[in-house]
Design a protein around this ligand. Structure first.
Ligand SMILES: [Fe+2]
Length: 292
């Protein structure tokens, strides 16, 4: 089975306790130390993001009334979301199988990791925790257009899985929902949760000369490999959230067939057809490869 970071079950995943892998958040059971990790991460990011994240993201944070004092209670988040866009947040133990993940999205449930990283993992962990999932993803679910896009992605995921083309669709998720940038009158802004929940990648994605920044193009993105263990070498930039939602109107069937016949592109490659906004120096990743 194809696997993708956002949906694949981890090798050591706990067995499901319910058919759709949801568990009780057990909010009352978080320790003072766990709330303190949230506070550290929250305060750092909430200072950094205004003027760097898109206005919709910052507004979503405000509307959800998240604060730095405690890990949010998913019941409270869901009350706000259900009124605004019909979404809810459900707790899962960690990564869940693709079909479970997509089924949640298709039904406007966002599966969020229940656990929080340890204090020595503030800047990196591979499996999404409650800070990545809630702080990174949930603010955009307040936005009606983005909320519709996420539902459409879940439906598209179920179809792509049945067609055996999940790797191509997963790249779209990766380069939009996780690592997307959007143009604004004041320059580029972040909407991707993988960036918005990372202090170091927030700076890198927007301000570092190393990565490429390229206009989003569906087929181009479907062909592009990505890095799961480091900053991205290329970020794709949309012009509006309507542009994303318009993807839901397209029949991906012929696109999957076309893309399957084309070569895959390495993460840092620039293609002649690219809408290049910034040609990256590549210095960051070149240095990393030499070290390795
Ligand atoms: Fe994520």
């Amino acid at each position: 089975m194809e696997s993708t970071k956002h949906g694949a079950a981890a090798g050591d995943a706990k067995p499901p306790v319910s058919g759709n892998w949801t568990i009780d958040q057990e909010w009352e059971s978080y320790s003072a130390e766990e709330h303190a990790v949230w506070k550290t991460l929250y305060e750092r990011q909430s200072k950094l993001l205004p003027g760097r994240a898109c206005d919709e993201f910052v507004q979503g944070m405000r509307d959800l009334a998240m604060d730095g004092d405690r890990i949010p209670d998913f019941r409270r988040l869901s009350e706000v979301l259900e009124k605004r866009t019909g979404w809810s947040v459900v707790a899962v133990p960690g990564l869940v199988p693709d079909e479970v993940f997509f089924d949640h999205l298709a039904n406007r449930r966002f599966p969020a990791g229940q656990f929080i990283r340890r204090p020595d993992q503030l800047d990196y962990l591979e499996e999404p925790d409650v800070f990545h999932d809630v702080f990174g993803h949930v603010p955009m679910l307040v936005h009606p257009v983005f909320a519709d896009y996420m539902e459409a992605y879940g439906k598209g995921g179920l179809r792509a899985r049945s067609l055996g083309v999940l790797a191509h669709l997963a790249r779209v998720y990766w380069y939009t929902v996780e690592f997307g940038l959007i143009g604004s009158g004041d320059g580029l802004r972040i909407y991707g949760s993988g960036i918005a929940s990372s202090y170091t990648e927030t700076i890198f994605a927007l301000e570092d000369p190393s990565p490429n920044r390229i206009r989003f193009d569906l087929e181009r993105v479907m062909r592009t490999l990505y890095r799961i263990d480091d900053f991205q070498e290329t970020y794709f930039v949309i012009e509006s959230f309507d542009e994303l939602l318009a993807l839901a109107e397209i029949d991906f069937g012929p696109i999957y067939r076309r893309v399957a016949a084309l070569p895959e592109l390495e993460p840092g490659t620039i293609d002649p057809g690219d809408g290049l906004l910034h040609r990256g120096t590549g210095i960051y990743h070149a240095g990393r490869r030499r070290v390795a």
